[in-house]
Design a protein around this ligand. Sequence first.
Ligand code: ATP
Length: 366
Amino acid sequence: MSGIHIDDVSRQFGDFTALEEVQLQVREGEFFSLLGPSGCGKTTLLNLIAGFLDPTRGRIMIGGKDVTGLPPYRRGLGIVFQDYALFPHLSVFDNVAYGLRIRKQPKKEIKRRVEEMLALVQLSSMADRRPHQLSGGQRQRVAIARALAIEPSVLLLDEPLSNLDAKLRKAMQTELRTIQRRTGVTTVLVTHDQEEALSLSDRIGILGHGRLQQVGTPLEVYRRPANRFVADFIGQVNLIQTAVAAERSTGRNRHAAIDYEIAAGVPLLLETTGSAEGSGLYMIRPERIKIALTAGNSGEANRAPGVISHVGYAGDQVRLHVQLAGKGELQVVASDPLFPVLPSAGDRCELYWDAEDVIALPPEGV
Ligand code: ATP
């Protein structure tokens, strides 16, 4: 049993509340990411799990045992920091062996375990090198091997890949996930990189303003964000605030139709399968919007004529801004093969999408 239970935890720094009433269960063997913007409380929560900080209120359980108040070294954790924190004067072998020596393991067992860990992170041939003789990615792999050598019940990763360049970072992400699957260690990753969290995690906890805003699988938090904060933070989003919550049932598949006045006399008729229950806030992801390079008519549900105002070519995809008749604007992401010739700013188009892709969001502050 090595799950983590964060039970109604709050943390104050003087008058400032960095974390408020956090309730979270990280399951045994799970790869869990804590994601959120700078200053939202991610590191504070990780430090509370690690034991570098104590909660002002609440308790923390690891493997069913209350560890609140226990020092870090008695929690059975492996920790990897952003700056690796390797011992510069020790070889790769000795860095990985460090925790085992502190725990007074037999020499033979230390050798076996270190060799096993170096093989896991593919550094067997570099056991005698010092950290300064390694690349950033190799150093990070030593840090992971060192953290795993003691067979921790939980692995904590604090932005471990943020010092690496984009390409190496991607490669290390895949490697990290492979190592985690192979060892089955319960893992908590702190990151502000949404793509990293989405691609690596079994589940993600999104923190905002010191509160856990949503916990879910990558698919859940992306497709069904719990509120505006999550919708806005993860990925690109078109948010549509209806001026008057003029919802009416169309009687078709329990769809609600919403007239959204984007300009005098030009309503955008949204049809959705959900209801924003009075908040009048809806979202559509840019990649869910389809585009036809022909002038369209307004008035039909989930269709809108417009004029392209910006075209951003990104190789695999094309990002467009479309000015709707009047003042509204929608962002559209289309895949590259859709356009034999790239459209230009000023071209007329028609946007359309499915009712299932109009997601109702609850009122602010929920
Ligand atoms: P980042 O991504 O920038 O590292 P974070 O989400 O990890 O941010 P934390 O480091 O957990 O954020 O900090 C959360 C909030 O608590 C911030 O507003 C920070 O200024 C505050 N804070 C953190 N540590 C202390 C401290 N020792 N004393 C006072 N305030 C603190």
